[in-house]
Design a binder for this molecule. Sequence first.
Ligand SMILES: [Fe+2]
Ligand SMILES: [Fe+2]
Length: 183
Amino acid sequence: MHAMTAENLRTAFGGESMAHVRYKLWAKRAQQDGFANVARLFAAVSFAEEVHASKHFKRLKEDAGAFSVTAGGGFGLGTTAANLANALAGEAYEVSEMYPAFLEVAHLQGEQDAVKSFTYAHETEKAHAMLYRRAKEAVALGQDVELGPVYVCDHCGWTIEGEAPEKCPLCAVKRERFVEYAS
Ligand SMILES: [Fe+2]
Ligand SMILES: [Fe+2]
């Protein structure tokens, strides 16, 4: 694999791994703050980030060894309102800067597996940003977010509220592959 795409995959792996853990911690805090649906949303998205991290990691199977990984990640364990603002900023960065840039390089280098992995994450982060925005607006009013069941595709991380689709719109696996986060 080209060195630059490999480095971008490691960076994305680092970012997604941190997001996975960070959202778990923020889910606990949301539960403590009395926002059960926000907690459920953080838990679902945390799983999606684990799926993305795993995908990026597997793409790197030929690039074994120890590397220093530089990856941006939000820190802080504040109120749920602050954590949602932090989460939204992270997703927005991935949507508007990180994944578009990584995708350009992967395309340029003909790294089709990486293109797929980055696309799965990029498309999913758009959905995460929308869900977090809604949650942030509700919590700003002192309310829990209204949220139906949330489904996460265990193959590509695609995240959807309401009903699991017959087929994943992003990776085409069947409905059975969706993990449900219901209240
Ligand atoms: Fe995300
Ligand atoms: Fe999928």
